[in-house]
Design a protein around this ligand. Structure first.
Ligand code: HEC
Ligand code: HEC
Ligand code: HEC
Length: 140
C-alpha cells in the first residue's frame, strides 16, 4: 500500500468521525430547551393529580430513539392516550417503570405529582414550578 492510499484512508476515517460527532451532538444542543411535559388527558377526570414527565431527566439518560421510535411515543404532549392499563402492560412509561429498569408503578405520587387542574402541555420551566408542594395536602 502506498503512502498516498494510507493518507486518504485516514482522511475518510476522520471525516466519518466528524460526521458521526456532528450527527449525534448537534440535535442535543438544538433541542436544549425541552423541559417537562404535563400529561392530563384523564388524570383530573379520574380524581388523581396530573402527571409531570421530566423530559430532560430522561433525555440525558436515554437516546431520543429509545422512546420516540422503539417505544412509540409521539412527539406531542398528551398525544399518546396513555392509561394505567397500558403502563401495567409494559407499554409507554411501563416499559421502564417496571421495578427493573426504573422503580415500578406502585409509586403513584412520583408520576402523579402535578398541581390539579394543570392542563396537558409542554412546559419550558423547571419541574419545581409544576409540582405541588408535598407539605400542602390537596383536597380531591
Ligand atoms: C411511571 C409513571 C406512573 C406511575 C408510577 C403511575 N401512573 Fe397513573 N398514569 C401515568 C400516566 C402517564 C397517565 C396518563 C395521564 C393522563 O393522560 O391524564 C396515568 C393515568 C392514570 C389514571 C387515569 C387514566 C386511567 O388509566 O385510569 C389513573 C386513575 C391513574 N393513572 C392512577 C394511578 C395510580 C393509582 C398509581 C399508583 C398505583 C399510578 N397511577 C401510578 C403514569 C403513572
Ligand atoms: C424516556 C423517554 C423519552 C426520551 C428518551 C425522549 N423523550 Fe421526548 N417525549 C417523551 C414523552 C413521554 C413525551 C410526551 C408525550 C405525551 O405527553 O404523551 C415527549 C415529548 C416530546 C416532544 C413534544 C413536545 C411538545 O411540544 O409537545 C418532543 C419534540 C420531544 N419529546 C423530543 C425529544 C428529543 C429531541 C429527544 C432526545 C434528545 C427526546 N424527546 C427524548 C419521552 C421521551
Ligand atoms: C426508557 C425508560 C423510561 C421510560 C420510557 C420512562 N422512564 Fe421515567 N425514569 C426512568 C429511569 C431510569 C429513571 C430513574 C430511576 C431511578 O432514579 O431509580 C426514571 C425516573 C423518573 C422520574 C423521577 C425523576 C427524578 O427527578 O428522580 C419520574 C417522575 C418519571 N421517571 C416519570 C416517567 C413517566 C411519567 C413516564 C412515561 C410518560 C416515564 N417516566 C417513562 C426510565 C424511563
Amino acid at each position: 500500500m502506498s503512502r498516498v492510499t494510507k493518507h486518504s484512508k485516514w482522511r475518510y476515517v476522520l471525516l466519518g468521525a466528524i460526521t458521526w460527532l456532528a450527527a449525534f451532538s448537534l440535535p442535543q444542543s438544538v433541542h436544549a430547551e425541552y423541559a417537562d411535559v404535563v400529561i392530563n388527558n384523564y388524570a383530573d377526570a379520574a380524581g388523581i393529580r396530573p402527571v409531570v414527565f421530566p423530559h430532560w431527566f430522561h433525555r440525558i439518560r436515554f437516546r431520543c430513539k429509545v422512546c420516540h421510535a422503539d417505544l412509540g411515543f409521539q412527539f406531542k404532549a398528551g398525544g399518546n392516550k396513555i392509561t394505567m392499563a397500558k403502563i401495567i402492560d409494559g407499554k409507554f412509561c411501563g416499559a421502564c417503570h417496571n421495578g427493573e429498569i426504573a422503580w415500578s408503578v406502585e409509586n403513584c405520587a412520583l408520576c402523579h405529582s402535578g398541581i390539579p387542574g394543570t392542563p396537558t402541555h409542554f412546559h419550558g420551566s423547571t419541574v419545581q414550578r409544576l409540582v405541588a408542594p408535598a407539605y400542602k395536602p390537596v383536597e380531591q
